[in-house]
Design a protein around this ligand. Structure first.
Ligand SMILES: NC(=O)c1ccc[n+]([C@@H]2O[C@H](COP(=O)([O-])OP(=O)(O)OC[C@H]3O[C@@H](n4cnc5c(N)ncnc54)[C@H](OP(=O)(O)O)[C@@H]3O)[C@@H](O)[C@H]2O)c1
Length: 220
C-alpha cells in the first residue's frame, strides 16, 4: 500500500480516549492540540470514524500560523451516510473539502444531498479489507498519499488489524479515566502475545502537561 498512515491518539495515562458517556474534550492540553494542528497540516487527509463525528462534532481543520492555502481532505468513514448535514464538518466545506466514504452503499436520498459534502464509494475487492479499500480509493480518486487517522477506537483497531498503521503519535495526559472509559484501540482479536502489534519508540517530548510519544511500526 503506497498510502502512509499516522495514527494519532490523545489519551489519559491509562489509554482512554473518552469517558464512558463519550466525553473527550479536552483530555490533552492546548500545547498538544497545537501540535496536532501542525501534524494535520503535514498530511494530505485527516480521517475519522462516524461515531467520533456524532460524539464530538469536530471540524478537523488544521489551524496553523500562517494559515494553510489548502486544507487537508477531511474524510469520514461512514457506511450508512449518517454524517449530519448540520455538523461542523458538513457546514465548513467552504474552508476545505469533506468526504463521506462508504465501503457499502448509500441510502437513495439522505440529508447530505443538500450539502457540499462529497461522497465516495469504496467497495473492497475480493479478499481486500475495508481499510485497504478506503485507502486505495482515497489515493485513486483524490490523490491522497498520507493519512492522519484520528480515531476513534474502532477505526483505529480496524486499520491496525489490517496492518496499515505506519506511525503512532501518542499524546498522553496526566489523568486516569479507568476501565469504564473508552479504549483508544478497539478489539485486535489477538490470540497470543506473539501476535501483538509491535512499534519502536522514536521520540518522547513533554508538551505542556502532557507527554508526546512517537512510534514507528516495528517489523521484528
Ligand atoms: N481523545 C481523542 O483523541 C479521541 C479521538 C477520536 C474519538 N474519540 C472518542 O471516541 C469515541 C468514538 O470512537 P468509537 O470507537 O466509538 O467510534 P469510531 O471509531 O469513531 O467510529 C466507528 C464507526 O465508524 C464506522 N466505520 C466505517 N468504516 C469502518 C471501519 N473500517 N472500521 C471501523 N468502523 C468503521 C462504523 O459505523 P457505520 O457502520 O455506521 O459506518 C463504526 O461504528 C467518541 O466518544 C469520541 O469522543 C476521542
Amino acid at each position: 500500500m503506497a498510502v502512509s498512515v499516522t495514527l494519532k491518539l490523545a489519551t489519559s495515562l491509562d489509554g482512554r480516549i473518552a469517558t464512558a458517556s463519550g466525553e473527550s474534550r479536552w483530555i490533552t492540553g492546548p500545547e498538544a492540540r497545537e501540535e496536532v494542528h501542525r501534524q494535520r497540516a503535514a498530511h494530505d487527509a485527516v480521517l475519522v470514524g462516524i461515531a467520533t463525528v456524532l460524539a464530538d462534532d469536530p471540524e478537523l481543520t488544521a489551524r496553523i500560523d500562517p494559515p494553510l492555502k489548502r486544507q487537508p481532505w477531511r474524510v469520514v468513514l461512514d457506511r450508512r451516510s449518517r454524517l449530519p448535514a448540520h455538523s461542523r464538518l458538513a457546514q465548513s466545506t467552504d474552508f476545505g473539502a469533506v468526504v463521506s466514504l462508504s465501503t457499502g452503499g448509500w441510502p437513495q436520498t439522505c440529508a447530505l444531498d443538500a450539502t457540499r459534502v462529497e461522497r465516495l464509494l469504496a467497495p473492497p475487492l475480493p479478499g481486500e479489507s475495508e481499510p485497504h479499500a478506503a485507502l486505495r480509493i482515497m489515493e485513486q480518486a483524490l490523490g491522497i498519499r498520507t493519512v492522519y487517522l484520528e480515531g476513534g477506537g474502532q477505526v483505529a483497531a480496524s486499520f491496525l488489524r489490517a496492518g496499515l498503521v505506519d506511525r503512532i503519535e501518542w499524546f498522553r495526559a496526566p489523568m486516569l479515566l479507568g476501565q469504564e472509559g473508552r479504549p483508544a484501540i478497539g478489539a485486535l482479536a489477538l490470540g497470543a502475545l506473539t501476535q501483538a502489534l509491535r512499534f519502536a519508540r522514536v521520540g518522547v517530548h513533554p508538551v505542556g502537561p502532557d507527554l508526546w510519544e512517537r512510534y514507528v511500526r516495528s517489523e521484528g
